[in-house]
Ligand binder design. Sequence first.
Ligand code: BGC
Length: 456
Amino acid sequence: MLPEPATLAPPVRTTHTGYLLGITLVAALGGLLFGFDTAVIAGTIPFITQYFGLSEAMLGWAVSSMLLGCMAGTLVAGSLADRYGRKPVLIGTAVFFFISAVGSAVPTTLTTFVAARMLGGLAVGTASMLSPVYIAEVAPAHLRGRLVSLYQLAIVIGIQASFFSNYALVDTGVDNWRWMFGVEAVPAVAFLFALLFVPETPRFLAKRGRTEEALVVLARTRPADEAQAELAAITSVLQDPTAQRLSDLRAPRLRPILVIGIVLAVLQQVTGINTVMYYAPLIFAQTGASVDSALLQTVAVGGVNLLFTFVAIYLIDRIGRRPLMLAGSALMGVSLAGLSAAFFLDAFQGPLVLLLVLAYIASFAASLGPVVWVIISEIFPTRVRGAAVAVATFVLWTACFVVSLTFPWLLAHLGGAGTFLLFAVLCAVTYVFVWRRLPETRNKSLETLERELVGT
Ligand code: BGC
């Protein structure tokens, strides 16, 4: 049994922890931009529809083209990050975020607008895989879950920030939508500037044979003796001939963990989270709520999402990933089944639907939201981490694209009752998959995990 985090963290660590937290927060800004960029479009829909004269199909294209950019971004970013390092690719991402923010604000044609949004998508796709990888690779084992969960917290803050900023800018005249997109340039510049001060990750440096630099980074983020021991473990795993044969994603030993990463990525999306995140007002409107109260309820969704992410941050390194995933998927399933029943029985009196949606969001925020990103960033071996995380993240974005594209159709054809029942069943699938296949990764170094999971 490993000691509890409290006993592993004597006061002498304060300066290390401060620096570690600082560089984690910089990487997490990638999550904030990801959240902002995916959600900002919602508030602009009426204005871009009017300005570009969009039909329904063209609006669908204007909104979802960005997700195609995300998918492309994840594909390119993984191998670039394995070849050139995590930091340079993150810097490139910040530049793309900036160009896309300005580029989405100035167009006079739909084509240039879509091109700018796709560029933003490339940045979102890249940041979504690389920010958690960066954090996982600098974090000591006993803090890794918590620190990677800060990335999820940043996503949620980014989503909320876009709602508030859209709200604040709505009365700025006919160009309001331009400002709504354009303000993202500010966090993009902050991200770019802050990235110049963070180090490359010790694991990438060690992989490139730059062990002395790796040690410097480790020594800034943990006590000297631990830094030495960790570097020895990293280099020993990298030099292991079995690990060297793992430099290719097709290695048969990688298959079981690739399956875990990919299936979890799909499950995080097909259990329906973004139908609520992207379409909450539509769901509430179906219950007969007025537009105002539908919007207010949407704000409540964001607040609960934020609040319950802290529950995950508090628990993930204490009780572990598995208990959070099991409890979370079970509670998500129960809330969705309740929602399905409410739609089936037309039971829309009082705040019932709102409460069920909030229970669902709270359960997601404390489990599948952060934990899936944590698992994806930690289960793969260092040699192929970039490429493997890219594959899992690509699948996650593809699932997100499919779910957001089909949700209005599902709602029209299966009704609320059928649609939410389908998501509830997929929560049950998640529960069973986690219970049978997910290894507990709490408190284990990435090298210990590599030995245990792929047997190097
Ligand atoms: C998911 C996003 C989702 C967000 C909501 C993230 O973990 O990957 O698709 O929009 O959580 O909080």
